[in-house]
Design a protein around this ligand. Structure first.
Ligand SMILES: *Cc1c(COP(=O)(O)O)cnc(C)c1O
Length: 389
């Protein structure tokens, strides 16, 4: 008898990029010079001051044992200070902060901690795929909230049917947004908090890109009055500090939800490596250092150059405000999979078709600007020759 995966894996949507991945590998094997704007993974190394902190921490025998629990008290205190400095609200570090092995881990486990079989979860469309897989693994049912260009890529909460809202236990939000690059206004967060309070829904705001902004820092949902009763915000050190490989983030907000999350984590993992927590403390304390400002400026410049180039080919791109993604609206009649295939075949340029993030992503392609500026310009020279009709 062959080993069969469990049914919960069979309900996951098919991986849409098989064909593009295969073509990309073929091109690379053939020695072609592929410029890859696919996965959003910073290409630069982790800043030295963070590596230095980890280096020193490695020698502490206490870190060689199980870290256990919700994170070192020094780590949670550092998160609380960061929140106070950045957002003017200070979470209670004993009850309202939990260390995560990356925010992806937190998203998955929080869903298991809160969603009962048969419950609805409210999921933006397009979105980061983990909200949907977490929902399926918990036995929940997704209800999609389309993010439309004309609505600045914010969901229309009034469009959620009352009977769905009544049976929903969780709503995912993600601002600054992957893949659209949109930021949420405080007014929108206020509406979301009011909606969640009215329907007893846990708001899970994925803030993985909160520190990748180009003008003023975008708001935290925990700045909204009453948010602590219904919201958890998940933060990640991955994108901001070039630390995707380290696996560290944190959850802040509603204490009851975090207690439930901690219970799941206590059963499935044994916490974040102490050395990584010390590196994260250094990172959070240094979040205004010049190298981080320079990193924001670098992404801003890449996004701006890319956006301008794509506009000149007739694509629709909003002024980038945050994240390192450029979300480009295709001309009428060109679908996202066909466009991505064409870019690869005609220009050796890899992007992600919007349909991969959900139905409402159709008509768009996403570029992750984790490629240096010279290569961005080279890509634009090649893209000029692509048939965009
Ligand atoms: C990258 C990303 C994450 C995951 O970040 P980790 O902390 O590395 O797990 C979560 N949400 C979104 C929207 C992302 O793009």
């Amino acid at each position: 008898m062959p080993i069969e995966p469990a049914d919960r894996l069979k309900v996951l949507p098919p991986y849409l990029f098989v064909e593009i991945d295969r073509k990309k590998r073929e091109a690379m094997d053939a020695g072609r010079d592929v410029i890859d704007f696919g996965v959003g993974d910073p290409e630069r190394p982790t800043p030295d001051f963070i590596i230095g902190a980890a280096d020193a921490a490695l020698r502490k025998p206490a870190h060689h044992r199980y870290p256990l629990g919700i994170g070192m008290s020094e780590f949670r205190a550092s998160v609380a200070r960061f929140f106070e400095k950045r957002y003017g609200v200070k979470p209670d570090e004993k009850r309202e902060v939990v260390a995560l092995i990356g925010s992806k881990e937190g998203l998955g486990h929080l869903t298991l901690a809160i969603v009962n079989p048969g419950d609805f979860t409210l999921i933006p469309d397009p979105a980061y795929p983990v909200y949907l897989s977490g929902t399926y693994f918990a036995g929940g049912r997704p209800h999609f909230m389309p993010l439309r260009e004309e609505n600045d890529f914010l969901p229309d909460l009034d469009a959620i049917p009352e009977e769905v809202a009544r049976r929903s236990s969780m709503m995912f939000l993600n601002y600054p947004n992957n893949p659209t690059g949109a930021i949420a206004t405080r007014a929108f967060f206020e509406r979301a908090v009011a909606f969640a309070r009215e329907h007893d829904i846990l708001l899970v705001q994925d803030a993985a890109y909160c520190e990748t902004f180009y003008a003023d820092p975008p708001p935290s949902i925990l700045q909204i009055r009453g948010a602590n009763d219904v919201a958890v915000e998940l933060h990640s050190l991955s994108k901001t500090f070039n630390m995707t490989g380290w696996r560290v983030g944190f959850a802040v907000g509603n204490a009851a939800a975090l207690t439930a999350l901690a219970k799941i984590k206590a059963n499935f993992d044994s916490g974040v490596f102490g050395v990584v927590q010390e590196a994260a403390i250094a990172a959070l304390e240094g979040s205004e250092r010049p190298e981080l400002r320079a990193s924001r400026e670098m992404y801003r410049q890449r996004c701006e150059v890319m956006a301008e180039g794509l506009r000149s080919f007739g694509l629709r791109v909003k002024e980038p405000a945050a994240t390192f993604y450029v979300w480009a609206g295709l001309p009428e009649g060109l679908d996202s999979m066909a466009a991505a295939t064409r870019l690869l075949e005609q220009a050796d340029v890899v992007c992600v078709p919007g349909i991969g993030f959900g139905e409402s992503g159709e008509g768009f392609i996403r570029f992750a600007m984790t490629v240096d500026l010279d290569r961005v310009k080279e890509a634009l020279r090649r893209l000029e020759k692509v048939n965009w009709k």
